[in-house]
Design a protein around this ligand. Structure first.
Ligand code: CUA
Length: 357
C-alpha cells in the first residue's frame, strides 16, 4: 500500500513537470512552433532523429524484457544452459547492418539540409540590390545587437525589422567576444565571431508572425559574460510593402525636433555626454569602431528597455539610475557620473520621444 502511494506521488510529480514544460512552447520563442522555411527544415530533422532514437529505445526495451522473461531460471531447470549464440554470423551481421541503415536515414537528409541552409549565393551577387535581396549585417556586442542594412544605409539596434515570406540574408560578426545569433522560432543558431564573417539566411512566415503577435524573440546562444542570458533582441517581420515603407521612413528620419520643455532639458544632457557613444539618427555614418553603443533613433518605438524590461518610462529611469542592477557587466556602467532624479526624468522624457514611426 505504502509503495503504491509512493509510486503515485512520483507519477504525479512527473505529470506536473510534463505539464509545466508543455507551457514553455510560446509561438514567439519556441523551436517547436516553426515560423519559416529554415525553422521547418530544422524541425523536421529534429522529428526524424527523435523518432529514430525512440524506435531504437522501444525495440531494445522489448528485446530486453523478452529475454529476461524467456530465459530466467525456472524451478526444476536450475542447471539447464540455453543454446549459446556467441559468434553467430547471422546475428553479428544483423546488428551491424541495422545501425548503418539508421545512420544513413539520418545522415542523408541532414547533409542535404545543411548544404541548402548554407546557400548564400544570392547575398554575394553584385546585383542583389536590383533584385531586391534584403541583407542585414548583424554585429553582436556585450550585451546588445546592431542591425545594419548596407543597401539602405540604415542602422538600428536591438530591434530587427525584416520582410516576411522571402529569404533574408545575414552577415554575422562580433565586436568583442564570441556571441551566437539565434531566433528560436525562425531558425539559427549561428556564431558571430570577431575574426571572420558567417553568412546564412532565414525566412519569416507571415501567418506564423501573426500568430506570434507580430514579434519574435531573438537570443544570444553563446555564453559571453554575466549578462549573456539578458542579451535579447526583438524581431518585427512586416509584409513587403510595409517593410519598404519602414525603410523610407528610416531613410528620411531627421534629427528629432524636441518641443516639450522637460524633454528639451533631457536633450541638452544627452548632447553633453551620451552623444559620445549613442547616435539618434538611423543614417549613422560613423565607422564601426566608433559605434560603441546602440543607435537610439527609434528608441521610442522599441519593444523593450535594455532588451529585457517592459518598454515604459519607469523602467527607463530604473536603467538610467543603475544600469548595473539591470544588466551586470554592461558597458554603460561607470561612463557617466551620478544623475539627479531631475536629470533622469528629463533624459527619460527625451529618449521616449525619439520615434520614427
Ligand atoms: Cu552574447 Cu551570450
Amino acid at each position: 500500500m505504502k509503495k503504491g502511494l509512493r509510486n503515485w506521488r512520483l507519477f504525479s510529480l512527473f505529470g506536473m513537470m510534463a505539464l509545466l514544460l508543455a507551457g514553455c512552447g510560446k509561438p514567439f520563442l519556441s523551436t517547436l512552433q516553426p515560423a519559416g522555411e529554415v525553422a521547418d527544415m530544422q524541425y523536421s530533422l529534429m522529428l526524424l532523429s527523435t523518432s529514430i532514437m525512440v524506435l531504437v529505445i522501444v525495440v531494445v526495451a522489448i528485446i530486453f524484457v523478452y529475454v529476461v522473461i524467456r530465459f530466467r531460471r525456472r524451478k526444476g531447470e536450475e542447471n539447464k544452459i540455453p543454446k549459446q549464440v556467441e559468434g553467430s554470423h547471422k546475428l553479428e551481421i544483423i546488428w551491424t547492418v541495422i545501425p548503418i541503415i539508421l545512420l544513413l536515414i539520418l545522415a542523408v537528409p541532414t547533409v542535404l539540409t545543411t548544404f541548402k541552409l548554407a546557400d548564400v549565393k544570392a547575398m554575394n551577387d553584385k546585383d542583389r540590390d536590383k533584385k531586391g535581396t534584403v541583407v542585414v549585417n548583424v554585429r553582436a556586442n556585450l550585451y546588445w545587437w546592431e542591425f545594419e542594412y548596407p543597401d539602405y544605409g540604415i542602422i538600428t539596434s536591438q530591434d530587427l525589422v525584416v520582410p516576411t515570406n522571402e529569404k533574408v540574408y545575414f552577415n554575422l560578426i562580433a565586436s568583442d567576444v564570441k556571441h551566437s545569433f539565434w531566433i528560436p522560432a525562425v531558425g539559427g543558431k549561428m556564431d558571430t565571431n570577431t575574426d571572420n564573417k558567417n553568412q546564412f539566411w532565414l525566412v519569416f512566415d507571415q501567418k506564423a508572425t501573426d500568430k506570434a503577435g507580430g514579434v519574435f524573440y531573438g537570443k544570444c546562444a553563446e555564453l559571453c559574460g554575466p549578462s549573456h542570458a539578458l542579451m535579447d533582441f526583438k524581431v518585427r517581420p512586416l509584409p513587403r510593402d510595409q517593410f519598404d515603407a519602414w525603410v523610407k521612413k528610416m531613410q528620411n528620419a531627421k534629427k528629432p525636433v524636441v518641443t516639450d520643455p522637460v524633454a528639451k532639458q533631457g536633450e541638452a544632457i544627452f548632447n553633453k555626454s551620451c552623444i559620445g557613444c549613442h547616435a539618434v539618427t538611423p543614417l549613422d555614418k560613423r565607422p564601426e569602431q566608433a559605434r560603441t553603443a546602440p543607435n537610439l533613433a527609434n528608441f521610442g518605438d522599441r519593444q523593450r528597455i535594455a532588451g529585457i524590461l517592459e518598454h515604459n518610462e519607469e523602467n527607463l529611469k530604473k536603467w538610467l539610475r543603475d544600469p548595473e542592477s539591470v544588466k551586470p557587466g554592461n558597458k554603460m556602467t561607470g561612463t557617466y557620473g551620478k544623475l539627479s532624479e531631475e536629470q533622469i526624468d528629463a533624459l527619460a522624457k527625451y529618449l521616449m520621444s525619439l520615434k520614427v514611426e
